[in-house]
Design a protein around this ligand. Structure first.
Ligand SMILES: Cc1ncc(COP(=O)(O)O)c(C=O)c1O
Length: 465
């Protein structure tokens, strides 16, 4: 049996309508190898990894230093329990994470992926408040369209109608506040202008911050924590926040005794240009959640970094039952931690942040032509997160009907030009690995442009040069 046949027979894929997937007309890509920014399929075809394998792979596939670190580690030990013992790799990783995040007094709690790390953060907040005697502080506040993962707590903190609607009765109540997403913000009075990103051209009075402070004031002592993705809300469609929002939101929380939980599962490790998005605005969160790029896309390791105040709330006599009774079998997994240490070393010893800035400029230049297409409503970018929003009507920002699946069709077409990426609705996304060369970055932009002009034809569409 071929790999595709085995897949159709036995596998259920995430976020996938399996009836479409298993349709014989669906052309399945079976990936078998990777090198740098290139993925190779079983049939010999090669693709550029345009979304860093769902936002995880930072430095490219088969990076020699990360490969070596994992091989060295496997010659020592792959995994041992973090319950009742510790290990040399996880403790070194914890120390490096504290150094990299500049959260000197925080403690590192390891888990497996973004959802489990968020889940740990929510439980830490909840239990810490109880144990500090702040028993009325139970209300979590989070941003509209936020996405923090698929476990019950993570879904409760999220506000994604498409992903979460079916489970709503299972979820605990959280308070939603408007997202500072300028392109579709009802308070943004600016008319769309070609060539001007919505954030840059916005005309508003920071109503998003007013909405946050109004909500926090209305909740008063009931507000426990604000949970948010800083700078870019990934699954919301790579919506991007105006610079300054994060610092002001953090100040609003601090003034009211509300903890700030930053979900840097997607934005962490250089993706938005600074090592962590919160550092871009000099914000130190009470809880910082890291996953995805932590191991540079090699192995599932996540971390929740908790402030001294939160950590201290769990200290006491065993009989007081203040322990954080929470954890997972693979916590502190040595192979994963070795990969994460190698990842951090690449940032420490290389010029990664400089490379990211340079590649971001290359992509900015290569994507400028998208403004010429009548169905491109917004082209936005934060570091190496690039998003192109497709609309039916530029002036009104009206979307195409959901059922037309334009983003999906454009990305399918892009495969024919050697690019693999995945849209969010009608938002096309490029998030290349940091190792992508100038030629590869230009190829990604060209492939997406050709695909767009095939699905939504333009006269005389070609790539430049
Ligand atoms: C911001 C954010 N938080 C949390 C998650 C959940 O992470 P995971 O898929 O590793 O559980 C994601 C996944 O896309 C994410 O983008």
């Amino acid at each position: 049996m071929t790999s595709a046949e085995l897949d159709r027979r036995h596998v259920w894929h995430p976020f996938t309508q399996m009836r479409d997937w298993n349709d014989p007309a669906h052309e399945m890509i079976v990936l078998v190898e990777g090198s740098g920014a290139v993925l190779k399929a079983e049939d010999g075809r090669e693709y550029l990894d345009g979304n860093s394998s769902i936002w995880t792979n930072l430095h490219g596939h088969r990076h020699p230093e990360i490969d070596r670190a994992i091989k060295d580690q496997i010659d020592r030990i792959a995994h041992s329990s973090f319950l009742g013992s510790t290990n040399d790799v996880a403790v070194r990783l914890a120390a490096k994470l504290i150094e990299a995040t500049r959260l000197a007094d925080h403690k590192v709690f390891f888990s497996d992926d973004g959802s489990t790390a968020i889940e740990a953060a929510l439980k830490m907040v909840y239990q810490a408040r109880l144990q500090r005697g702040e028993t009325v502080r139970r209300k979590f506040v989070s941003l509209a369209s936020g996405y923090h993962g698929d476990t019950i707590g993570a879904m409760s903190a999220g506000h994604s109608p498409i992903f979460h609607a079916a489970y709503r009765p299972l979820l605990f109540e959280t308070e939603e506040v408007m997202s500072p997403a300028c392109y579709r913000c009802p308070h943004n009075q600016a008319k769309p202008r070609r060539g001007v990103e919505a954030r840059a051209g916005r005309q508003c009075q920071w109503e998003c911050l007013d909405a946050l402070t109004t909500k926090l004031d209305a909740l008063g002592d009931q507000a426990t924590a604000l949970v948010m993705e800083p700078a870019v809300q990934g699954s919301a469609g790579m919506t991007m926040h105006p610079p300054g929002y994060l610092a002001q939101a953090a100040a609003a929380c601090r003034d009211r005794g509300v903890w700030l939980v930053l979900d840097e599962v997607m934005t962490g490790f250089g993706r938005t240009g600074s090592l962590f998005a919160c550092q871009g605005e000099n914000v130190a969160p009470d809880l910082l959640v890291l996953a995805k790029g932590l191991t540079a896309g090699y192995l599932p390791v996540a971390a929740t970094l908790a402030s001294r105040d939160i950590f201290d709330a769990f200290l006491g006599d065993y009989s007081e039952m203040k322990t954080f009774f929470h954890g997972h079998s693979y916590t502190g997994n040595a192979l994963g931690c070795a990969a994460a240490l190698a990842n951090l070393k690449i940032f420490e010893t290389g010029q990664t942040l400089g490379t990211i800035a340079k590649s971001a400029r290359i992509l900015e230049h290569a994507l400028a032509r998208f403004w010429d297409h009548p169905n491109v409503g917004d082209v936005r970018q934060e570091g190496l997160v690039c998003a192109i929003e497709i609309v039916e009507d530029f002036d009104t920002r009206k979307s195409f009907p959901f059922a037309q699946r334009l983003g999906h069709r454009i990305c399918l077409e892009a495969r024919r030009h050697g690019l693999l990426t995945r849209p969010i609705g009608d938002v096309l996304i490029l998030m290349p690995p940091y190792c992508a060369t100038e030629a590869q970055l230009t190829h990604m932009a060209d492939a997406l442009w050709l695909a767009l002009c095939t699905v939504l034809p333009l006269p005389n569409c070609s790539t430049p040069g």
